[in-house]
Design a protein around this ligand. Structure first.
Ligand SMILES: [Zn+2]
Ligand SMILES: [Zn+2]
Length: 243
């Protein structure tokens, strides 16, 4: 699989940047995981909207979903003009119900709820999910293909569920929303140090830090995680990572 980072900021973008969005490609399928502001523009540098097989949303906070509301227009209008068949498959947690209802757009999206039991096969990629710890229900995503495994936390504070879910991941991408010095006790995100610890405990092979606060220098996040897990870097927009 190949992962391309389309947006790496949260909860709002830095100048010229974009919020959470990650394109996962296997050669047989193209799946977008999260669709924050700025993601749709970056995605089309790589594939056309018609080439996207499905969208998976880890949770329904705006920095992970806001471009869905313009993707909706793209699908609706391309259908009207005879340029798009069917509906875009969208998988998302069903809570909060009011937010989930905004994706129930019958002439654009084929919407299905993510649950802990859900297993998806898209092309040759197999997806599974585990609930994390965040103010909005968030599911970490695991994608397996050709004996390799990619795991992405979505947004979460520390939870042992993440460590068990990420066991042995070839590429682990985690929410490093804080430097340890800035992390409140009730933080909804992990620090870079916690990401390093999680990657080490999970026995992951490689760690990517994302959900970068716009004021941070990504290298400071890497420096904080590296003593705990050496094979770490900060997710960079339009950079490709082989899984
Ligand atoms: Zn977020
Ligand atoms: Zn969030």
């Amino acid at each position: 699989m190949k992962l391309t980072v389309l947006g790496n900021n949260g909860p709002y973008p830095a100048a010229g940047s974009a919020c959470s969005g990650y394109l996962l490609q296997s050669g047989k399928a193209n799946v977008l995981i999260d669709c924050g502001n700025g993601v749709l523009a970056n995605m089309q540098k790589i594939i056309r909207i018609d080439q996207l097989d499905a969208v998976i949303l880890t949770h329904l906070h705006s920095d992970h979903v806001s471009d869905m509301f313009v993707l909706k227009y793209a699908i609706q209008l391309r259908r009207k003009r005879g340029l798009y068949d069917g509906l875009m498959k969208v998988y998302a947690p069903a809570e909060p119900a009011e937010e989930y209802g905004r994706f129930d757009v019958e002439d654009a999206f084929g919407l299905e709820a993510i649950t802990a039991e859900k297993q998806l096969v898209i092309g040759d990629m197999r997806f599974s999910f585990r609930q994390m710890k965040h103010p909005y229900t968030d599911y970490a995503v695991s994608a397996e293909c050709a004996g390799k495994r990619f795991v992405y936390s979505g947004d979460t504070s520390w939870t042992d569920e993440l460590v068990s879910f990420a066991k042995g991941a070839d590429l682990l991408m985690l929410d490093a929303g804080f430097l340890e010095k800035d992390r409140p006790e009730d933080a909804p995100h992990m620090s870079a140090a916690q990401c390093g610890t999680a990657a080490a405990m999970a026995g992951a092979k490689r760690l990517l830090l994302t959900h970068i606060w716009p004021d941070y220098d990504p290298m400071d996040l890497v420096d904080e995680a590296a003593p705990r897990f050496a094979n770490v870097e900060a997710a960079a927009i339009l950079k490709e990572y082989q899984v």
